[in-house]
Design a protein. Structure first.
Length: 363
């Protein structure tokens, strides 16, 4: 008995090519990529790698820009575009200039750990946060609102009363139009993004690790700014702060798959990088294997450019290209300047990226 339905073991390759092209076009319009069932997984991964640009880590390295030193000794990074807005407070902290002893040698100067980590004293972190507030605003008593971050897509609109809460809001982005507050996002490899509406005086801070980036936290956050405060993308300026760079951020195939499921341009965010290793270079015979070429676990890694991924989201949200600053700095490369969770193998302090609106009387 004949049937118009395909057999249970039929593959997509049995369908007419014109239908598959139409399906691919539909997926592309939604920013998605169709999963090609029936293809060998190993072959698919090999094809992915073959289509990636091959580069050296040095080709992707972007060092930090200007480092300012406040009168109280705190080292921090400004964003040139945001610095042009006179009513705006902002800054990206480094590890230099504080009182913490938890992550530095015994004979070294204190450091600016700004996270309530298990290795550091809470009172020390509180003093460090006051030092940062003083460096950015001129007043260590400026209220600072942070978030309980968990790599989500949650965005919290906050007010002055939130500064007195025992527990910060559970979110990975903060937005406000209230003057006199600093919004702070903690990072130690993830990407911090600061955004300001120059006309409506609204500010936002985003924590964008790879999971938050896949969830489009920056793009959704700008949508929230439009919804709650009437912000227009053409009035926004943004700065992408220090985080782990594409030079160092090796990831697995599962991360590529996550990005491919959400972004039509996903593969443009990845590079095949030949990681430099001094020990491998000096003693290559120690790392020879009996496996056939291409089957050894050694070799080039796949690296993700999170800075570019978040820049693309800002552009997709309508922010002008010339209104986006990339402050630079790789946390994994520049451990003398930044804390890095990856470089410290989990033993690391936290930086804060802060933004706020000056009170009227202070302008």
């Amino acid at each position: 008995m004949s049937s118009s339905f395909p057999e249970p073991d039929a593959h997509e390759s049995d369908a007419p090519e014109s239908e598959m092209r139409a399906l691919d076009e539909l997926f592309a319009q939604a920013g998605l990529v169709r999963n090609r069932h029936g293809k060998d997984a190993g072959a698919t991964h090999l094809m992915r790698r073959q289509r990636m640009e091959r580069v050296e880590p040095e080709d992707l390295r972007r060092m930090a820009g200007e480092v300012r030193v406040a009168p109280n000794g705190v080292h921090w990074l400004p964003a040139p575009g945001l610095a042009k807005t006179e009513w705006l407070w902002h800054g990206f902290s480094t590890r230099k200039g504080g009182e913490s002893r938890a992550y530095c040698p015994v004979d070294a100067a204190g450091e600016l750990n700004l996270g309530f980590t298990a290795a550091d004293e809470r009172e020390t972190v509180v003093r460090n946060r006051r030092l940062l507030a003083e460096a950015i605003t001129g007043d260590g008593a400026t209220p600072l609102i942070t978030a309980r971050q968990f790599h989500s897509g949650l965005i919290a609109a906050v007010q002055e009363s939130d500064a007195a809460r025992t527990l910060p809001p559970k979110a990975d982005a903060l937005i406000t139009d209230q003057p006199g507050l600093l919004l702070g996002i903690q990072t130690a490899d993830c990407i911090p993004v600061l955004v300001a509406d120059r006309k409506r005086r609204v500010v936002a801070a985003f924590h964008a690790g790879w999971r938050g980036t896949v969830k489009r936290i920056v793009q959704m956050g700008i949508g929230r700014m439009r919804l709650e405060y009437g912000c227009r993308p053409e009035d926004l300026c943004a700065a992408i702060g220090p985080g782990i760079g594409a030079c160092c951020y090796a990831v697995g195939e599962e991360v590529l798959s996550e990005f491919e499921s959400q972004f039509a341009y996903a593969r443009e965010l990845f590079r095949e990088v030949h990681d430099s290793d001094a020990i491998h270079a000096k003693y290559p015979m120690l790392f020879l294997t009996q496996r056939a070429p291409g089957h050894s676990p050694l070799g080039p890694g796949m690296h993700l450019d999170l800075v570019e991924a978040n820049r693309r989201q800002l552009l997709d949200a309508g922010v002008r290209e010339d209104a986006i600053d990339r402050v630079g700095g790789c946390t994994n490369c520049q451990t003398e300047l930044f804390f890095s969770h990856r470089a410290g193998q989990g033993h690391a302090g936290r930086m804060l990226s802060v933004i706020g609106i000056r009170p009227e009387q202070a302008r």
